[in-house]
Ligand binder design. Structure first.
Ligand SMILES: CC(C)(COP(=O)(O)OP(=O)(O)OC[C@H]1O[C@@H](n2cnc3c(N)ncnc32)[C@H](O)[C@@H]1OP(=O)(O)O)[C@@H](O)C(=O)NCCC(=O)NCCS
Length: 168
């Protein structure tokens, strides 16, 4: 994600989340040295994005969303797989995230990518009072390899990723 993507990413935010991040917050992430944000493009248009913070061996997903019109085409899983590869290239071995207890669609996707619930925070989301499921994937490499078939479905373009791969 670059500054030029912020408007498109904000549009996805607004269409995907009850309490979307502001453009200001998204721009702030471009200056955050632990943050890695990827946009997914199709025919030149941004249709999804995924953000994470990578701190030592842990990657923490901050947000992942696909534009409503492009959902249920496998893009969410491809984007998550690509983000796992980027995280691993920066040394992450595990990945974690919080998900609303009622968001069964996202929970299903995470389950398919080997995340399991390992904690619960009551009333985590102040807008609805919902709790958050804390999900973990403790073996990123295994999931990346197990789902290697997804690699043929997208092209990962990232200078940072290429650099990370060269170094590993
Ligand atoms: C979660 C999200 C990113 C999934 O994107 P997507 O492109 O539709 O996902 P995919 O097509 O790759 O599907 C991945 C899996 O999610 C699950 N899934 C997706 N849509 C579903 C639906 N309508 N009903 C039930 N399960 C669904 C399935 O398990 C699916 O795998 P399968 O097709 O092999 O069965 C998308 O729904 C989204 O942007 N939601 C709003 C934002 C959000 O909730 N983000 C997560 C925050 S924690």
């Amino acid at each position: 994600m670059t500054k030029a993507d912020i408007d498109a990413v904000y549009t996805i935010e607004v269409q995907s989340f009850r309490s979307p991040w502001s453009k200001h917050s998204l721009l702030g992430e471009l200056k955050n040295s632990v943050a890695h944000y990827a946009v997914m493009e199709r025919d030149g248009d941004v249709i999804g994005y995924c953000g994470m913070w990578v701190l030592f061996e842990e990657a923490h997903i901050t947000n992942i969303a696909i534009l409503p019109a492009h959902r249920q085409n496998g893009y969410g899983k491809q984007l998550l797989h690509a983000s796992m590869r980027v995280a691993a290239s920066f040394g992450a071995e595990m990945m974690t995230l919080e998900v609303r207890e009622t968001n069964v669609i996202a929970q299903r996707m995470y389950g398919e990518m080997d995340f399991s619930e390992q904690g619960f925070r009551k009333r985590y989301y102040t807008d609805t009072g919902e709790g958050a499921k804390l999900m973990w994937n403790r073996n990123l490499q295994k999931t990346i390899e197990k789902n290697a078939c997804l690699e043929g479905m997208y092209l990962l373009e990232s200078e940072a990723f290429k650099k990370g791969e060269r170094e590993t």
